[in-house]
Design a protein. Structure first.
Length: 524
């Protein structure tokens, strides 16, 4: 029988990856093309939507050539993409401005105008308190660039734009799928529909909201031009796809109750799967739909964590090149310091805290003493992100009704950061559960491919399951030590958040960091 293939394309921050997957076989080929990120001194972080389209097309052709797959063998394609940014298209589905990245902090001004009552209402209905994401970004465009929104047909996501252009959609047909709705701030997430009351309260014109479609819905078929661009047959079905975090969870086979995933990429995210929509009214967690099943993920993330890891390599360890040797040195440095980093506490929120929202919070080291060296700085940051994860997990378990004896069944690591043995062990010890990482698989592309398979009726094991690396079990002797350090960390981080709200710097965004064009999504 002739092999059948689907394609998943992950439209990331620093790269676009395309994977060609055989249905029912362990056969795949993946290619990656860099994506450009532009930074401005006012906190703006943008990307060119058409460059992302070209990168997706180039990556797809490269993956097809690598896998020696003919265009007639590919039965469907789906896209995943970065989740908390927003773009605008005109009536021809052409970009009216650069894509406003999830790393863009300019909408912080909008957050300052949202009352606590409205914030709680948004959290309960949308599943996420307003933060530096789609909803406030849409409101920022309407408030500060009304001449552009007046000419716009719809807001769009990055992956939605690439898919829509490939399928030849009109601007009014721009779409979004339910996995993004928690970030929109103007949605009834449980019902998968827009909420007029929230849209009016936030100042987002309803006419600009894209249509909501299911992840596996076919939104169109490749045009003749897109077929040439991607090296695929014109008429190939294009499925709606899903957000990259949702795709990663799907690609890593996170489908069990209280199973958790750790996305160790540009953002460091921990998600816990449950069967119920259980939002956090204080914004401490996000509640995201899973792409193909009935469940949800209670999750939260440290924004820009990958950039912080790069900062450790460059600034603390003095590494100019960020290759495997640099990350091996980082791993060794983290292992050289003792658990608890001899009392050193780090704030990992270099660009503001996302959950619960504290946009003005910044990075810090507390308790520095002469005994502390580079290894302590490294370990303090790695532990700080693990402490954030523990807080996310405790909140999630409470929201989904876990019993007193319940805990995470396991944590599955994905992304480049999950290659760090030291960090994996820290996470296992701090969270008190086993940790293993998916290896040899681009889970975002694999998850998108699974959506493409579902779009043509090939469910279940249509795309082969990923392999796991070594398992890291928690050391019982460290439970008490890390419990004490975690409580110490939580006390300090909340005090820092309160202090930053009272005393903010003149320019909260700060200058654009050096080497900002080298931001990587998942290679650390």
């Amino acid at each position: 029988m002739k092999p059948r293939f689907v394609i998943g394309i992950d439209v990331g921050t620093s790269s676009v990856k395309a994977g060609v997957y055989a249905l029912g076989e362990e056969r795949s080929a993946v290619a990656s093309v860099p994506a450009r990120v532009e930074r401005a001194s006012d906190g703006g972080v943008t990307q060119d939507l058409d460059q992302l389209y070209r990168a997706a097309a180039d990556a797809t052709r490269a993956a097809l050539a690598q896998g020696r797959v003919g265009q007639s063998q590919v039965e469907a394609v789906a896209f995943s993409g970065q989740m908390a940014g927003v773009g605008l298209v005109d009536s021809r589905h052409r970009p009216l401005a650069a894509y406003d990245s999830w790393l863009d902090g300019r909408c912080a001004a909008v957050l300052e105008t949202i009352s606590p009552e409205l914030s709680r209402l948004i959290a309960l209905r949308s599943g996420c308190a307003p933060t530096l994401s789609i909803g406030p970004k849409m409101a920022w465009w309407e408030r500060t660039r009304p001449e552009i929104t007046a000419a716009a047909a719809k807001f769009t996501t990055a992956a939605g734009y690439v898919a829509g252009r490939a399928a030849g959609l009109r601007g009014e047909d721009a779409f979004i799928d339910p996995t993004y709705l928690h970030f929109a701030s103007v949605a009834d997430n449980a019902a998968a529909r827009w909420d007029p009351e929230l849209a009016e309260a936030l100042g987002v014109p309803e006419r600009l909201l894209p249509r909501i479609v299911n992840c596996a819905d076919v939104i169109g078929r490749l045009t003749g031009q897109a077929g040439q661009d991607f090296g695929l047959a014109p008429g190939t079905p294009v499925a709606a796809g899903c957000g990259d975090t949702a795709a990663a969870a799907l690609g890593a086979d996170i489908n069990g109750r209280l199973q958790a995933f750790d996305v160790a990429g540009t953002a460091a995210a921990l998600g816990v799967r449950s069967e119920t929509f259980a939002p956090a009214r204080d914004g401490g967690l996000l509640t995201m739909r899973e792409p193909l099943g009935p469940g949800y993920y209670s999750l939260a993330y440290v924004g820009g964590a990958g950039e912080i890891v790069e900062w450790l390599c460059r600034t603390v360890l003095g590494r100019r090149d960020l290759g495997d040797a640099a990350y091996a040195e980082l791993d060794a440095a983290g292992a050289a310091a003792p658990p608890g980093a001899d009392g050193l506490v780090a704030s990992p929120h270099f660009s503001g805290r996302v959950c619960p929202p504290a946009p003005a919070l910044r990075g810090a080291f507390l308790g520095l003493r002469p005994v502390h060296g580079r290894a302590h700085l490294v370990r303090a940051v790695l532990e700080a992100i693990a402490y954030e994860y523990r807080g996310y997990a405790e909140t999630a378990l409470g929201l989904v009704g876990a019993g007193p004896g319940d805990r995470l069944s396991e944590v599955v690591g994905i992304g480049g950061g999950a290659c760090s043995a030291t960090w994996n062990q820290i996470k296992a010890d701090v969270l008190g559960t086993s940790y293993s990482a998916v290896t040899g698989v681009e889970v975002g592309a694999r998850g998108a491919a699974a959506v493409a398979a579902a779009a043509i009726g090939a469910h279940g094991g249509a795309v082969a399951a990923p392999r796991r690396g070594p398992r890291f079990d928690p050391d019982p002797a460290l439970a008490g030590i890390y419990g004490a350090h975690y409580r110490h960390y939580r006390a300090w981080i909340e005090r820092l958040a309160e202090d930053h709200l009272r005393v903010q710097p003149a320019d909260p965004a700060g200058p654009a960091p050096a080497n900002s064009d080298e931001t990587r999504e998942d290679d650390h």
